[in-house]
Design a protein around this ligand. Structure first.
Ligand code: AMP
Length: 559
C-alpha cells in the first residue's frame, strides 16, 4: 500500500466520512476523491500528459487545497503548497523558481492574477470559480470518470516541493519524493495510535499552514487512516475565543502542532481534558519542547501521551521520536528528541568530519547526519546547495548495523529497541542537518541547537542571512545584521542593526517613522515572522577581524 492507495481505499470504504473540515467548509472522502479525479483530468487537458512540471497551489487551509494536492499527485505532478500569509512577492519568487505552467488558487487572488500575467511565460491560473465548478460536479454525485491509477506519482517522483528559508536570500524548495512520503506516514501513524484501544477513526488537529512540512504529519496520518483532518484557519487563530470555540467543537484525538502553539494554549486555564475529552496523543515537532509545557500537558490531560519528535523538512517531517513521561519532564532538560525511526540512521559528525567518517558513538557531540529512506532528493534547481548538504551514496544503512552503536529506534509495536537499520530500503540518501546533537546510552538523540545562524521562532524556520540579504537589497541600506534575542533559552524576537546609506530623514520624519518604513519594505518580501520586531540604526557596522559583521557584539546591544 502507498498513501494514494490508502486514500482510494478509504474513499470506497468510508465515502460519507468527513475527510477534512475547517468548520466553514467540509468534504467527505468520496467528494475529495471525485473532485480530485476531475481536477487531475482537467490538468491533463491543459497540459497534456507529458508535461509533469510541478504545480503551485495557492490558498489557505481548506478541503479544496487537499483536492488540489491529490489531483497533482494522481496526475503524476508534484504540488508546491503556498499559503496566503506569505507576501505575494515571495510567492512569485517561488513561482519564478519552479516555472509552473499552472497555478491553482483556492482563494480569490487579485495580486497574483495581475503579477502572473507579467511572467514570461505566464502560467495559467485556475481560480476558485473553476475549482468550485469541478467540486459542484463531484458534490452532485454524478458519475465521475475514474482517473487512471498508472499516472500517479510513485517511487522517486517528486510528491511535493516545500520551500523553506534560504541563507542565500531566496527561499529554497525541498524535493520530497513519493517514496519518502510512503516511508514516513506508517511510522507517523504508529506514533499516533500506539497504545490506543480506539476502533473508530481519529480526528487529527491541523495547526500549521500546508506550506510547512509539519502539516504533512497530520495530513498523511489522517487521510491514510480514514480519519478527519480538523484545520484551524487564520481566523480561528486570530482570537483566543474563536480558537477555543473551534477546539471545543473539534473532538480531536490526535494533536499535532509546534510546542509554541501548545504553550500559548496552556496560558488559558480552560485548555484541559474537559475542553478536549477525546485527546489521547500530542505530537510535537519543529522546535524544542519546553519541559514545563510537557509537564503541564501531562497534568491537564491525564489520559494523553506527549510525543516529542525531531526532523527537518529535508528528511520528510520527522525522523526520531520519544514519548515524554512526567519523570523525563521533571528530570531531563532539555528534553530528548527520540529514537531514530526504522529506515533512518542518525550519525554524529565531529567538526571537520566528512559524511563518510560519521559515527554514532554515545556521548559524542557533533553535527547530526540523517541517512535513510525519507531523505529528500535535494533542493529544486539548486544543485550547488544540494551538493553541500545531501549525498546520494552516504552511508549504506543496509550494511552498517554493527557500527550503529547509538542509532537505535523505538519500535512502538514491539515496544523494545531494535537496530534502526533493519527496515532500511534501497534508495538511501544522507543529509547534513546543521543541527548539533548527541546520543545517550539508551540510543536516544538529544538536540543542542544549530551550528549556523538558522533559528526557530514560534516553530518557524528562519535563516537570519535571508533577512539580512533582503535588508541589504534595500537601496538605502549599506549594511545590516540580524540577531535573535533570547529569553528563557528560546528566541523571543529578532532584532536588526542597520547602517544606512544616506540620511535617515529620507525614510521618515522621525526615527520611529523610519523604522516603520523599513518594516513595511520587508513585509513586501518576507513573511511576517521574518520581519525583525526591533530595528536599530547604527553609525557603523562593527566588523570581525575577517571582515564580517560582528553579530556577537551586536547581540549584546539587544539584550
Ligand atoms: P523545519 O525544516 O522547519 O521542520 O525545521 C527543521 C529544524 O527544526 C531542525 O533542523 C531543527 O533545528 C529544528 N527542530 C526540529 N524538531 C525539533 C525538536 N524536536 N527539538 C528541537 N529542534 C527541532
Amino acid at each position: 500500500m502507498n498513501l494514494l492507495h490508502e486514500i482510494a481505499f478509504n474513499s470506497m470504504r468510508f465515502p460519507q466520512r468527513v475527510a477534512a473540515t475547517n468548520t466553514t467548509e467540509s468534504m467527505t472522502y468520496r467528494q475529495l476523491w471525485s473532485a480530485s479525479d476531475l481536477l487531475a483530468t482537467r490538468l491533463d487537458e491543459l497540459l497534456g500528459t507529458q508535461d509533469l512540471t510541478p504545480i503551485v497551489v495557492y490558498g489557505h487551509k481548506s478541503p479544496m487545497m487537499l483536492v488540489c494536492f491529490l489531483a497533482c499527485a494522481k496526475s503524476g505532478r508534484a504540488y508546491v503548497p503556498t499559503d496566503v500569509s506569505v507576501p505575494d512577492q515571495r510567492v512569485l519568487n517561488i513561482i519564478d523558481q519552479v516555472g509552473p505552467r499552472i497555478v491553482l488558487s483556492t482563494v480569490a487572488w487579485e495580486g497574483g492574477k495581475a503579477a502572473l500575467v507579467s511572467q514570461a511565460p505566464a502560467p495559467h491560473l485556475v481560480g476558485r470559480d473553476e475549482l468550485d465548478t469541478l467540486l459542484d460536479l463531484a458534490l452532485r454525485g454524478g458519475q465521475v470518470p475514474t482517473y487512471p491509477v498508472q499516472r500517479q506519482v510513485s517511487g522517486d517522483d517528486l510528491f511535493y516541493l516545500i520551500f523553506t528559508s534560504g541563507s542565500t536570500g531566496e527561499p529554497k524548495g525541498v524535493m520530497v519524493t513519493a517514496d519518502c512520503v510512503d516511508a514516513f506516514y506508517p511510522w507517523a501513524l504508529s506514533l499516533a495510535t500506539a497504545q490506543s484501544q480506539q476502533t473508530s477513526p481519529f480526528t487529527f488537529l491541523n495547526q500549521a499552514p500546508f506550506s510547512f512540512d509539519l502539516s504533512v504529519y497530520e495530513l498523511t496520518m489522517s487521510l491514510a487512516s480514514g480519519g478527519t483532518l480538523f484545520c484551524l484557519t487564520a481566523d480561528h487563530l486570530a482570537h483566543m475565543r474563536q480558537l477555543f470555540d473551534a477546539l471545543a467543537r473539534s473532538s480531536v484525538d490526535v494533536w499535532v502542532s509546534t510546542p509554541s502553539f501548545a504553550t500559548m494554549c496552556l496560558a488559558d486555564r480552560s485548555f484541559d481534558a474537559t475542553l478536549l475529552p477525546r485527546l489521547r496523543t500530542f505530537i510535537f515537532c519543529g522546535e524544542s519542547l519546553p519541559n514545563q509545557t510537557a509537564a503541564k500537558l501531562l497534568v491537564r490531560f491525564p489520559a494523553a501521551r506527549v510525543v516529542n519528535s525531531y526532523g527537518p523538512t529535508e528528511s520528510t517531517v520527522a525522523v526520531s521520536a520519544v514519548e515524554i513521561t512526567a519523570e523525563m519532564a521533571a528530570a531531563t532538560q532539555p528534553l530528548p528528541v527520540g529514537y531514530p525511526r526504522p529506515g533512518t540512521r542518525i550519525d554524529i559528525l565531529e567538526r571537520g568530519a566528512s559524511t563518510s567518517t560519521a559515527v554514532s558513538s554515545t556521548g559524542l557531540v557533533g553535527e547530526v547526519l540523517i541517512t535513510g529512506d525519507t531523505v529528500a532528493k535535494g533542493y529544486w534547481g539548486r544543485d550547488d546547495l544540494t551538493a553541500e548538504v545531501f549525498s546520494a551514496a552516504g552511508i549504506d544503512v543496509r550494511k552498517a548495523p554493527e557500527v550503529a552503536d547509538g542509532a537505535m529506534c523505538h519500535d512502538t509495536e514491539r515496544s523494545g529497541l531494535i537496530p534502526a537499520l533493519a527496515a532500511a530500503t534501497a534508495s538511501v540518501r544522507s543529509y547534513r542537518t546543521g543541527d548539533r546533537g548527541w546520543f545517550d546510552e539508551s540510543g536516544m538523540l538529544h538536540y543542542l541547537g544549530r551550528i549556523d545562524s538558522q533559528v526557530k521562532m514560534d516553530g518557524y524556520r528562519i535563516e537570519l542571512c535571508e533577512i539580512q540579504s533582503q535588508l541589504e537589497r534595500l537601496s538605502y541600506v549599506r549594511a545590516a545584521c540580524v540577531v535573535p534575542v533570547m529569553r528563557n533559552g528560546i528566541v523571543s524576537r529578532l532584532a536588526a542593526a542597520i547602517e544606512l546609506d544616506g540620511d535617515i530623514a529620507l525614510l521618515g520624519d522621525t526615527e520611529l517613522a523610519a523604522k516603520l518604513h523599513v518594516k513595511e519594505d520587508l513585509r513586501l518580501v518576507l513573511p511576517h515572522y521574518m520581519v525583525p520586531r526591533t530595528i536599530a540604526f547604527i553609525d557603523e557596522m562593527p566588523m570581525t577581524p575577517n571582515g564580517k559583521a560582528d553579530c556577537k557584539r551586536l547581540s549584546a546591544r539587544f539584550k
